[in-house]
Ligand binder design. Sequence first.
Ligand code: HEM
Length: 436
Amino acid sequence: MTSVLPPGPKGKWRSTWKIVRNPREALEGWVRSYGDPFLVPTLNGPVVITGRSELIREIFGRDPSLYDPFATPALSPILGQGSMLVMGGDTHRRERKLVMPMFHGDRMRAYGQAMQQIAMTKLDDCLARGPVISTLDLMTSISLEVIVRTVFGVSHRQMSESIMDAIRKVVRKTNPILFFSTKTHFSFLGLSPWDRFQAARLQLRKLFNELYEQRQQNPTDGEDIFSMMTAARYEDGESITRDHLREELMTFLLAGHETSAIAMTWAIYHLHTNPAVLETLREELRTLPDRSFASLAAAPYLKAVVQETLRIHPIVTEVLRKLRTPMSLGEWTIPAGFAVAPATVLAHYNSAAYPDPDTFQPERFLERSYSPFEYFPFGGGHRRCIGAAFASYEMAIVLGTILGEHAWELVDKYQVTPSRRNLTMGPSTQVPIRKM
Ligand code: HEM
């Protein structure tokens, strides 16, 4: 196949920098200059980016065996070979088959009660410290404890606390540039971003290995992911090794807490800058039969609030697939080795699908349904986020619980804008709130 490539900007350093700094501004600017799709040179290789649903359908619908994961040279040293995020082909399929049942929608009921109880305890802790609460801190402490408890269970309380501290440290020491080029993975007297990340990761690894030894001596048959993964067998009868388990569980912990915390913080911000939406939600909460986690998880308007939050602020701005073989995409032919990327940050602002896309309107999700090529905050196809049901469930329960407890107001009146955190985009402030 002869390559026929779309036009796009030049300069991989400049393009990568523009995406790191402000992905929406960069991608929308390139659509205006070159049309959709467009080709962007990046430090992790050339990428054809699109926000058009018919092309996204082609990308998500393509045979998964024709793709490799993106940016494995940069991601593998950070996450480890045992992380699903860097697996491709049969290894990836086999891994998902083992893990998916543990995150299936039916299992959510087992986690709901803990989600609600953690939200209430953390809220009380914050209120005891003073009248102003940082929403991002509150949501991070809730989602971190939720995922640590889901992964490790309730036993070994002190160990869980140490693990949470170690994870916070890893997140603090993870510089976004580490994900964008292997050139940043160098040591310098223990002071480089890579050195600081490695030191934090080593501490987490030690704690995990200790916990693993304890569990080997006193096995539990708990409902936590650790126990389930240790007991589970791959389709060929093999069990998971210690190092593999550690890298996979660390992926769940890291992928599964900051994302949800950011999304819940955005929801609080948008609800409190859109009084009519907040009032509709309050009315729904008032008329629920009770405030149990099951009632909150089933509330339709609350669900629409969660969906609209993830539309207007997609946490991951583009999902990437590297081509093993050339691909025809619309009128273009992309060579092997290039990547293709559906961009939430373009598709979610398409005014044909979402009239007035910059306004927060949960009603749109009650009035019509969107295809997985128009709306994909959790990615799509064979790599769609395994935590999607878990995160949506958690968001509804935590938001419903916090909003049901008290009426709140924003402390600052400034506009909050998206700002880069590692691979994700989060709010530019902590979104402080206080009780009204
Ligand atoms: C609001 C919260 C979350 C958002 C917005 C989010 C978003 C995403 C996105 C966009 C992807 C890439 C999908 C693709 O390439 O098509 C992904 C992958 C992944 N997510 Fe999430 N996620 C969230 C919560 C979670 C949670 C709670 C977990 C817990 C286990 C999790 C675990 C993962 C894993 C393991 C992958 C890799 C899947 C694979 O490569 O096969 N995520 N997530």
